[in-house]
Ligand binder design. Sequence first.
Ligand code: ADP
Length: 632
Amino acid sequence: MAGQAAWKSTAAYAGLLAGALVVGFAGAMWPGAPLDRGAYDFMFRLYRPAPWTPQSAILAIDEQTLSAYGGIRGVRTALAKGLPILAAAAPKVVVVDVILADHGADPKVDADLAKAFCATPNLVLSADMTAGGWDMPLAEFQRCAASVGQVHAAPDENDSVARAISLEKRGFRKRLWALALEAFRLSRGAGIQEDTAAGSGLDVGGAIIPIPYEGGMLLRPGLPERTGRLMRVRFLPPPPAMEPIPRVSLKAMIDNQALARAFTGKVVFVGVTAVTELHDRLTTPIRPDIQTSGIEIHANAFETLAQGLYLIDVRDDLVFLFCLAIAIAMGVAFRYLPGWWAYTGGLAILLAAFLAPYLFFTHRVVFPFAAPVSVAWFTFVAAAAYYHLVVRRNWHIERASRTRYQQAMQFVTHEMRTPLSAIQGSSELITRYPLTEEKRKQVAQLINSESKRLARMVEVFLNVERLSAGQMELKRETVEVDAMVRLCVERAQPLAERKHIRLTLGEMGEDLRLTGDRELMEYACYNLLTNAVKYSPRETEVTVTGTGGDGYVRIAVQDQGIGMDQKEVKQIFQKFYRTRKAEESGEAGTGIGLSIVQQIVERHGGRIDVTSQPGAGSCFTLVMPAVVAERS
Ligand code: ADP
């Protein structure tokens, strides 16, 4: 019984925690995880990787250049002038992030630009995919380019923060690699191999670019790219943590050619940085306050590739396992740690859930923030609430039964004192004073009956303990119900007479028999009778009946006494419980009689039914398996 109850409460507790886990996990993963993005950007600013020297540089088409060359239309002229100067400084790769899909106003400028391109080794030109198809560089420009890369920065649809780029873009029967990836492969003088031993990664001259898990946070609903091999960009920490990617104004370089020395041996990204000309209004995790140009994002993506500083999203199923571990740890903490230690342990787990994503981040793994934290919170609250309510309640019950036990013990010692002092007094009487023979006999009888009462009392208490410990052996005798009930009525008669209560034997079925321990069954029956008498006012009636049927024997004791309400009826079988009215009645009692009766009856395979109404009386019925009468 106790084991089953414990198992049930454990199952309820585990179920509650499982519910908290599911709600916490689903709630955190469902809405496209805005918290995760915020936490990601925060960690990005918090954690600084070891600084390195940038291998790229930016040749900026800035405000100064645009105003000197007549706005965006003058960009081709500026490029045609600037590129030969740049080429003379021997850069490693030159990436031009300007879309040159159609002819300019002046064919002479286009011809000059094409010439400048042909004089630039390791040149990467740009293409972009629009709704109508690819905007590819004109054939005359493309002729001298080493390759063409696509310029798509993959900003987050929700907040326009560029956290990743698409390494590839497919469409209109063409697939182009990212500008940064083309630049990286040219800088290594290698090709791009797709089938690596590592699976879905890309192999660029032996350098493996891992492709992030396609179901990860980056690709969750609400985010732009579902395909395209996203790569998280490890933006350079801002100064003073690290020197920035060198940047020179195109106009300044044309005016002062010595500035081109900054580009020697570098991978140079040429593009528009003038804020007025930026089409996409993008920010980066590292600078949420200012707009960043596409060319800077490409240069940072190149640095990520060149340094191999990849950030990989952890798989959702692993995140779930982690959350499961949190839920289990939380459950164990509240189950096994005592009192405040449970709360301390719970808070420690909560803290661990907060810190885990950052720890992972420092190891280049992007772990969602919301899921573990919300699971930790939900399970913390669930476990704490469960323990607060359930454990408190159990504690109260236990304390109440302890108090009752103490009161019962006081009563017992008090009750034992009465027969003891009677025995003591009587024995002194015999030894000290010469008594008549008749008086001696009387005193001896008193000693005898009082010591028997004492022995019975001790016996009852011992029986309770043995029965509840399951140590008591039951005898298996055939008990004639009629005879047993008559005996009990006879015994209880003096008690009833004292209160002028009529104790009557009502209907009694013939040949009713049951199997069991006669003495214990008598005890049970007698106890119901004495209770009925005890808890009834004077001048009332107590009726006992015995009936058979359905394979059961029913021994019912009906009184017209104080009665009980339903709540009280549910508790009377607990050890030491007494109703308030019983206490107030002035009748002596311990509150254990019925608990013994119940145990006896259950050990015999029967049960007790109780119907009662306050003030109207009660009926206690023993329902016992009958012995089928043998027909001769
Ligand atoms: P005790 O009689 O020693 O108090 P029991 O275990 O026999 O202990 O009974 C438990 C309680 O159940 C009683 O204290 C009383 O409140 C209630 N009870 C038992 N029998 C009756 C009855 N016939 N009528 C009203 N209340 C009863």
